[in-house]
Design a protein around this ligand. Structure first.
Ligand code: TEU
Length: 562
């Protein structure tokens, strides 16, 4: 495999609105990010992905962009952005922005011009399609609920929006539109950006016949995802974009891809793939419920198997980007850990099994201190457009208010969007003003300041993990070594070996997700402990040497050089 500059890097996602507010408006900003670069450097972060910071009406928190060349005033100025780039560079860190080009905002000048002249050239930047029998062109339900079509005022046409109606889909079949997008991408790369996280990109290819599908819900609509699953040809668009942009700059690209067709992994992330990498959502998909508002609990064995399958599928092809959580997903500690493991030991265990997998680790802000989901008493306490829609759908389907709120507690995207917990002080040190979204009240216990003081905190442990992963001795093994599952017969053990390509020492990563202690037989008594979350390393060492065994308490994890 040809080595790339990003293969051995550790990435961190910042959700700017909730990261750190320095001007007291209750919204995080670029100054806040600049002031925390050293914090991130110490955490072992190389690549920083910023969720959208472009000008936007924030209907979908910046994923509705009204000017791709401007920084949202809420976040700061272009000068501050340039300063961020320069400060990151000084620290040998890389900045990656969010590329949201399946759609823009209805406030973007392209869309305004399109509405002003629905027969003009800008209408062709979007999908303005004639209705059928006085109704929408097809029965698609948007990702956020309701029809994916909205009437174009004064015409018999509708425009397509796979997400909110304020996020009209861009017409990628139009070469002029594509040129505009490529120009914009290159403009940012010229500035010194290292690359992009690419939003919802699979959706850019449409079936231009827009066929209706069998309804799959009481609303009589069919998820627009059906069209995405059936249509062919997204690869040509993605290749075109790559050649015209990323490739020229050796940029790092990480794609958000759901609903890829079987056997397309090589085309997406192989050596000459469309992208550098793409997120592995396979474990997250396990908890998706029958409908948009429900979720299923995690089944440990199914979860373990899913992760290993995904590792295996990727080996020899490329790298996936491993995440526990992001701004769209509930907090990992609340989702993947059984109740009895939702403590510091459990959070370190979850981190160990994820960060040391083969692939590019992404840490989402607050994950490094073990932030959790947040319970709310009323739907008015949520801000997210998707959560509010899910809540309403749940109520319409007959759920009680309590049941619907319980679903929000488990699934809401706002779980991950509560402000970063920097300290136990006012507003968790996030803002001197009123935070745009209420804090998780547990900030008095879970916060950076407290954990920085403590050698045994989740934060300190994350630092050790990233340092181990990137240490000169083991970097190659953790980057390129195979991931081979171990102890699969043990019901509650998550274990794998990272096997170096050159046949050198293997590294065993083992974790006990069970409630009781568990002893594993080792192949040798010479194993060296590289990292563990249990206090008693001396006892562990003795046991390995004398009995060739490793006993892990409940939520115990250990990394051993075999
Ligand atoms: O998400 C795309 C996506 O398909 C989902 O994760 C979606 O957010 C979820 O199904 C709705 O509940 C990306 C962004 O990550 C997300 O924040 C944006 O809202 C979305 O695209 C639109 O830009």
């Amino acid at each position: 495999m040809k080595k790339k500059w990003w293969h051995d890097k550790v990435a961190y996602q910042i959700y700017p609105k909730s990261f750190l507010d320095t001007d007291g408006d209750g919204i995080g900003d670029l100054r806040g990010i600049i002031s925390k670069l050293d914090y991130l450097k110490e955490l072992g972060i190389d690549i920083i992905w910023l969720s959208p910071i472009y000008k936007s009406p924030f209907v979908d928190q910046g994923y509705d962009i009204s000017d791709y060349y401007k920084i949202a005033e809420e976040f700061g100025t272009m000068e501050e952005f340039d300063e961020l780039l320069a400060e990151a560079k000084k620290r040998e860190m890389y900045i990656v922005m969010d590329l949201v080009v399946n759609h823009c905002s209805d406030q973007h000048e392209w869309f305004r011009k399109a509405l002003a002249d629905p027969e003009g050239e800008y209408a062709d930047y979007f999908y303005f399609i004639k209705g059928k029998d006085g109704k929408a062109p097809s029965n698609y339900r948007s990702y956020f609920g309701g029809s994916a079509w909205e009437p174009v005022p004064g015409t018999d046409k509708y425009y397509l929006h796979m997400f909110a109606k304020e996020q009209p889909d861009l017409n990628w079949e139009n070469p002029r539109l594509r040129r505009e997008i490529y120009k914009m991408i290159n403009w940012w790369l010229e500035k010194g950006l290292a690359g992009f996280r690419i939003d919802a990109i699979i959706n850019i290819k449409k079936d231009l016949d827009f066929p209706s599908f069998e309804p799959d819900g009481p609303d009589g609509l069919a998820s627009c995802v059906k069209m995405v699953e059936e249509v062919q040809g997204v690869g040509e668009l993605l290749e075109d974009m790559k050649h015209e942009t990323f490739e020229k700059y050796d940029a790092f690209t990480v794609a958000e891809v759901f609903n890829m067709k079987d056997d397309e992994l090589r085309e997406f992330i192989g050596e000459d793939g469309h992208f550098s990498t793409m997120f592995d959502f396979s474990a997250h998909e396990l908890t998706y419920g029958e409908n948009r508002w429900e979720s299923r609990p995690i089944d440990f064995k199914e979860w373990r198997e899913t992760i290993f399958e995904s590792q295996k599928e990727t080996e020899g092809i490329g790298f996936k980007a491993n995440i526990i959580e992001n701004h769209d997903e509930p907090r990992g500690a609340s989702r993947f850990l059984p109740e009895y493991a939702q403590n510091e030991a459990g959070k370190k265990m979850l981190a160990t099994t994820s960060i040391l997998l083969r692939g590019i680790p992404f840490i989402y802000q607050g994950q490094e201190i073990g932030m959790t989901n947040c319970r709310r008493k009323d739907i008015s306490e949520y801000d997210d457009i998707s959560t509010i829609d899910q809540y309403n759908e749940a109520i319409n389907a007959g759920c009680t208010v309590e049941e619907a709120l319980e679903c929000c507690y488990k699934n809401s995207r706002d779980n991950a969007r509560t402000p970063m917990q920097w300290s136990a002080g006012k507003n968790a040190g996030f803002s001197a003003g009123t935070p745009w979204l209420a804090l998780n009240p547990n900030y008095t216990k879970i916060n950076v300041e407290e954990q920085e003081k403590r050698e045994d905190s989740v934060l300190s442990y994350y630092k050790k993990l990233t340092a181990l992963r990137k240490s000169p001795e083991y970097r190659e093994t953790f980057t390129y070594g195979k991931c081979v599952p171990k102890y699969e017969d043990e019901e509650e053990i998550f274990a794998y070996c990272r096997v170096p390509e050159d046949g050198g020492h293997q590294i065993l990563v083992a974790a006990n997700f069970g409630k009781e202690p568990h002893t594993l037989k080792l192949d040798s008594s010479g194993a060296e402990i590289l990292l563990t979350n249990t206090a008693d390393q001396a006892d562990m060492k003795k046991e390995i040497q004398k009995k060739q065994e490793l006993t892990l308490p409940s939520c115990g994890t250990a990394v051993l050089l075999l």
